[in-house]
Design a protein around this ligand. Sequence first.
Ligand SMILES: Nc1ncnc2c1ncn2[C@@H]1O[C@H](COP(=O)(O)OP(=O)(O)O)[C@@H](O)[C@H]1O
Ligand SMILES: O=C(OP(=O)(O)O)[C@H](O)COP(=O)(O)O
Length: 405
Amino acid sequence: MNFGTLADIETRGKTVLVRVDFNSPIDPSSNTILDDKRFREHVPTLQALEDARVVVIAHQSRPGKKDFTTLAAHADKLERLLGMPVTYVDDIIGSCAKRAVYDSHPGDVVLLENVRFSAEENLSLKPEEGAKTHLVRKLAAMADLCVYDAFGTAHRSQPTITGLPYAMKTVAGLLMEKEVAMLSKVFTSAPRPVTFVLGGTKVDDSIAVAGNVLANKTADKIAVIGVVANVFYLAKGIDIGEPSRNLIRTLGYDGEVAKAKVILDSYPDKVLLPEYVAVKEQDERKEYPILTIPKDCPILDMGTDSIVQFSRELAASGSIVFNGPAGVFEEAKFASGTFELLRAAANAEFSVCGGGHTAAVIEQLGLEPQYSHLSTGGGACIEFLTGKKLPAIAALEESWKKFGN
Ligand SMILES: Nc1ncnc2c1ncn2[C@@H]1O[C@H](COP(=O)(O)OP(=O)(O)O)[C@@H](O)[C@H]1O
Ligand SMILES: O=C(OP(=O)(O)O)[C@H](O)COP(=O)(O)O
């Protein structure tokens, strides 16, 4: 790693900005946080800074969305997990925020307001431009050092993600370090054969990852499930029925069919597609071979024979990267593909998972201890796995060049 870490800096008595990713599912009617995995994962970094004045910067959702809200509930959640008071200020760079930081003591934690309440944070800017924003200049003036721990947002180039590291000495926090170390193993030391299981609804991301990891031989096989599989069926000329075709159109993925075809043509023996699907027919689960899918029933899971075949394939894999479910697991009748494949993947020597829905199912099934790593990143994890350098990582490297020793 070409960036600084907590081990490289002295924080005693210093004021330290810590950029985290607390962005979590929230029930907008009660402002309740529904999943606190991301909070739990940041706790070690915050605890490691116990001798510093800690100023936490975080976002929740995006402007215009229902769960775009203040961080009051986040402060309560953090207090409970840290077992100590957290001072929440409903301000980011104004006099209230500055006063709260100035009045704090080593060992205190201050949580600033949702940083996306600042219009500047919602701009996608080059790091050097982000460093010149009022937001970054004023935040940097409040502190001695910055710690970047927000792996889940590392694929964005917004002012507090890539601008702050250009404006002040910024090192990676413990979560960031762990994510980079564990996900990098997929490229370097993962036991062979390596199988990528790509499902869920983010078809464009999944196809980009598939093309990349097959081309650079990171993966030996790709198993496609979920909506991603439906796009591969279309690429093979298979009629998937009106409802599933409409879903692909609505999600804006018609253009992905040609890309799936290129992958199938280039790697005919390396792409595993379920031969059987489960559809919803008169409110029941019915299974069909892919050549006889009914025209008016949505595909909501893979068929049982394919679950058995894929589970065998996963059992023979040394490493598994799992991203996205096999079906609409939220409906009990269509959960078996997702549940069984996640159980099979848990037995691999090395197994990593990305994506909020997938990680939540793993936790629900009690499989978390069996996985080598559950990433806190959705988009960030998948973009990392395409082999691209994430903007936040590039900015951390630049910060270490500029301000490190
Ligand atoms: N065949 C399918 N048709 C419709 N939705 C599906 C299908 N397969 C999976 N899904 C949906 O995909 C969603 C999760 O996808 P995604 O957000 O990509 O996963 P993750 O959060 O793990 O990255 C789930 O809500 C699930 O219901
Ligand atoms: O939750 C996040 O990403 P994810 O939904 O891909 O896991 C991050 O907080 C980034 O949020 P954004 O996609 O609104 O920039």
